[in-house]
Write a protein that binds this ligand. Sequence first.
Ligand SMILES: [Zn+2]
Length: 595
Amino acid sequence: MKRLFFLLLLIPSTFFLFSQEGKFLTHYEKSEFLETANYQEVIRYSKLLAESSPWVSYESFGTSPQGRELPLLILDNENNFNPEQVRNSGKAILLIEAGIHPGEADGTDAVLMFARDVAVTRDLSGLLDHLTILIIPAFNVDGLARFGPYNRINQNGPREMGWRATAQNLNLNRDFLKADAPEMLAWLKLFNCWLPDFFVDCHSTDGADYQYVATYMMEIFGNMDKGLTYWQRDEFLPYIVPRMDEAGYPIFPYVSFRSWHDPRSGMVSSPAPPRLSQGYSAIQNRPGLLIETHMLKPHQLRVEATYELIRFTAEFLNKDFKKIHRLNKQADEYCKSEEFRAQPLPVEFKRSNNDSTMVDFRGVDYTVEKSNLTGGSWFKYSGNPKTFNLPWFNKPEVSKYITLPVAYIIPPEWSDVIRNLGLHGVDVLKTSEPVDIEVTSCLFIDPQWRSRPYEGRHMMNNIDCKEIIEKRYYPKGSAVVMTNQRTARVIANILEPEAMDSYVRWGFFDAIFEQKEYSETYVMEVMAREMLENDPELKEEFENKMVEDPDFAKSQWGMLNWFYSKTPYWDWKKDKYPVGKIFNSKILEKIPFEE
Ligand SMILES: [Zn+2]
């Protein structure tokens, strides 16, 4: 009852909540904080808020694969409910998302109460002075509709909750960049249409036991704009962290242990790849706050910690709205600049085991038990708080830098890639005539794939890219993506094969690795002999390969296909990245574009 009691004591207008049989109490509050809102209740309550306050608009921003509305609440005290009006009003835009993983139910309950307290009871109405707040109370709505008590084995309540994945069994929090899910396509339209100044994504995490009800993550590792990095690290977090402490919900960065579940091994933080929410907003030049409450804490505590973290976030943004506006704009402008393109751009990181800082971590005492059931060891938590002084490895190293070209060019047949670039807010030009131009590209050496599916795809295991420079024919309708735009980081993360979540890695280009024509043995046995006779260099190469590669020397198919690859019949496009990079702006001047 803590929240109700707190509200009753401190906020007279909250009596409003109790009129008409508690019309504005959420399902969570009515259940004495033991239950979460199901899908129907999220929609009913969201619409109730919109009907009850001129400051709230309810919209559906898309439809799920099972036909459910994706709900969006827009909170604005001047009744500006479209992006253009809001931009003209000069307010900052805060996007808060809950229920991307509906089993982690606390975000949904927290944001419904928060929306009410801001716009209906107006106890927090001041937050709208300089903010427009967008709230997605439930993103994965089909997952939420898979409601039941057995969806989160490690988690302490609520009584029933939704399911992690979508109806298509996709994890939306791996889908931000590749955008396979219809829900994500709708989200990207929403994001790029509103281009929020700050993004909050609410989760509840598994993992080791510790005292913190909530942990958080922000991208402060060098994978986003410097100005925004410093603002998050030196201004936003120093405002939030002590306030959460005072409110009784101390927070700590979201970490994992170097050895799975073993706190003794030390803690690790690394940049989020753009498949994840905060990693995605980072490459869009927008700060993102990942909230991860702890699943062993009761549902009520998790909801309260999420609520407070959102409240303090909105409070700081409302106060600092001019600065966050300016920094976002500067980050966007910088991405368009020559100076940005002249810098090497990091697209892949690896954890560093060398550089750590010692920190106090408010953990829970444990013993290591030897299991007589499985033979393994496990950590048995006592429930007693204990502060550990642990090394924290939070300085990841860049493992791949790229140099941004002036533009990328993509043949028109890769239409899903071109479409997705548009959905990510990238401006794409189309060629109005075919062109023969020199591009820099990539020949992939010995590509390998994961044997098991991951998020509906088989990702590539290795990217070994041999740089090639060649003249290529690009048909009319090819897409040219200039890099002097605000989305330059998004473009590089999609199109640079070595980037962490590149479309090559995700398999968008898998067809280029298939051999479509083969030589018959009786054709190649004859031709190979002629080739050896006529070409002494080839003969030497063949003989060396027979010595150096025993597998090759045993494989008739391997040898004949090798000879085939040395003939003019070989598919010259195989294993070559169809996307070309243009580094010379003079080449661009020759390309005619559609109006
Ligand atoms: Zn989650």
